[in-house]
Design a protein around this ligand. Structure first.
Ligand code: ATP
Length: 298
């Protein structure tokens, strides 16, 4: 991996009683990149983020953020922002109090940017936080995460309750601001297709283990879907690594890994159609544990 590492994790494990939420994870996060942390429910995304931000103690293994241990480390944590849905605020806090207190926590807080975002997301400043709708509460988190401009920013499924327009606003502002103020962003999400274009690096976690740790472009090019007459497709994929199969009548659709240029030419010559695979489909294929379906019984 190129670039300066800002986070290094070695053999990291977190157990909650019988549950191993994070299982022997080793990875490195590079400066000034947007990471997607993807995985199914209960895969370990939140736990991993909590460990990296010093909010949970590891059972074993090591974490270094800028070379230092993050737990109770103000020097590290003042440069890290962690936006999560379950953020707690004092009972009588109004929205304006959240943004007034933000500069105490974030050295890089940009109040003008925050004010623009408050308008974009139409957040009511005078309302008590506990009276906000779910989407408005998410908007507060998103605004805090963006305007903090922390060198490492974690967003843990920040969009819950945000409507499609607000989510698009979030993605647009994130990209524009990131271009101007590069930083490391780690975004956990289930809406993979929506964020796909944003991501530069993809981490997929499943049952606490890292399944994929790859450059997003490389990952996108790592699989291809082949569509055509069943016999022709079956012949073409016979010795290949099949990620997914489906079929209807005489037509077959199969996703395989690693096609070379000559493979592609051969597929075209055999009258087969080739299509790229979406990041979402790749992640589903690699984490579903069911590589075949209809085809098996055909
Ligand atoms: N405090 C805890 N005590 C016991 N088990 C826990 C605790 N926190 C998390 N777990 C378990 O650890 C596993 C990983 O949970 P985690 O919240 O990290 O998953 P996630 O990938 O963020 O899931 P989701 O996408 O559903 O939010 C789950 O099986 C969860 O039930």
């Amino acid at each position: 991996m190129t670039g300066t590492p800002v986070i290094q994790v070695d053999g990291l494990t977190k157990r909650f009683g019988q549950v191993t939420a994070v299982n022997n994870v080793t990875l490195s996060v590079t400066e000034n990149k947007i990471y997607g942390l993807l995985g199914r429910n209960g895969a370990g995304k939140t736990t991993l983020m909590q460990l990296l931000t010093g909010q949970e103690f590891a059972t074993s293994g090591s974490i270094r953020v800028w070379g230092e241990h993050p737990v109770e480390n103000a020097h590290v944590l003042s440069r890290v922002s962690f936006i999560k849905e379950s953020q707690k605020y004092p009972d009588d806090f109004k929205v304006k109090h959240v943004f007034r207190s933000a500069p105490w926590f974030f050295a890089g807080w940009d109040a003008d940017f925050a004010a623009r975002l408050i308008e974009d997301f139409r957040v009511p400043l005078d309302r008590r936080v506990k009276k906000l709708s779910r989407g408005q509460l998410s908007a507060i988190g998103v605004i805090a995460g963006l305007a903090s401009r922390a060198p490492i920013t974690f967003f843990d499924e920040p969009y819950l309750g945000l409507d499609a327009v607000a989510r698009q606003t979030f993605y647009d502002r994130l990209l524009a601001d990131y271009a101007e103020y590069p930083r490391t962003v780690i975004l956990s999400t289930h809406l993979i297709d929506e964020v796909s274009a944003l991501l530069e690096h993809v981490l997929v976690i499943d049952e606490g283990r890292i399944l994929i740790d790859e450059d997003a472009e490389t990952l996108r090019g790592s699989a291809t879907t082949i569509v055509g007459a069943r016999a022709a497709v079956d012949g073409f994929v016979a010795d290949r690594d099949v990620l997914h199969r489906s079929g209807l009548g005489g037509l077959s659709t199969v996703t395989v890994t690693g096609l070379s240029e000559s493979d592609r030419a051969a597929a075209a010559a055999a009258g087969l159609e080739l299509a790229p695979v979406s990041l979402q489909q790749l992640v589903v294929d690699r984490t579903s544990g069911i590589p075949t379906e209809l085809e098996q019984s055909a």
